[in-house]
Design a protein around this ligand. Structure first.
Ligand code: K2U
Ligand code: ZN
Length: 187
């Protein structure tokens, strides 16, 4: 398995629509495995293909051991609402409060192409919504007010100076320093 570079805010791929997966190949399985490894190394609980420079409509999630490869995911039901602080591996150390549904039902396919459905609540529901947004070029900052989004983008313009270009390379071994990663709790 390999660690993949994480593409950072400013890279156009994060704003592009993804392409539905139609071929369930060994290469796809390898990509899913590499995305899980990259997500863990970055101390994340989700990671979407555009964040590693790929256009497949797929994301990986692991929330408290609930582990999913979401291939061609669709939200078929969304109910309730709650605000919570979010962050994103594509622009680390930038935070914002986002209102999302507290329950979603997601229809997706697994790495074999077999359809499945998940009824998710709380943090798992939030993560699903965050990742599925990524697959359609949407980022959590898009939900912020104009002033809060402008402040977040200004903060990112400073923070991004520590990276070279629009990708972030992770070190093998210990997970990323997750002091900066928030513990998302429902507000
Ligand atoms: O897609 C990503 O950037 C991964 C996010 C997913 C996420 C963001 C907000 C709320 C839920 C999921 C990262 O996992 S952000 C880091 C993180 C770590 C633990 C808990 C929440 C967020
Ligand atoms: Zn994200």
């Amino acid at each position: 398995m390999s660690l993949l570079p994480i593409h950072l805010l400013g890279d156009p791929i994060l704003r592009e629509e993804t392409v539905p997966v139609t071929e369930f190949t060994d290469e796809l399985r390898t990509l899913v495995d590499d995305m899980f490894e990259t997500m863990y190394a970055a101390s994340g609980i989700g990671l979407a293909a555009p964040q590693v420079g790929r256009r497949e409509r797929l994301a990986v999630v692991d929330v408290e051991g609930a582990k999913y490869a979401l291939i061609n995911p669709e939200i078929t039901l969304a109910e309730g609402k709650a605000k919570a602080e979010e962050a994103c591996l594509s622009f680390p150390d930038v935070y914002g409060t986002v209102e999302r549904a507290t329950r979603v039902i997601v229809k997706a396919q697994d790495v074999e192409g077999t359809p499945y459905e998940v009824d998710a609540t709380d943090l798992l529901a939030r993560c699903f919504q965050h990742e599925i947004d990524h697959l359609h070029g949407k980022l959590f900052i898009d939900y912020l007010s104009y002033l809060k989004r402008r402040a977040a983008l200004a903060e990112w313009e400073e923070l991004r100076k520590q990276y070279h270009g629009t990708v972030r390379y992770l070190k093998p071994g210990a997970p990323a320093d997750d002091d900066a990663e928030p513990s998302v709790s429902e507000a």
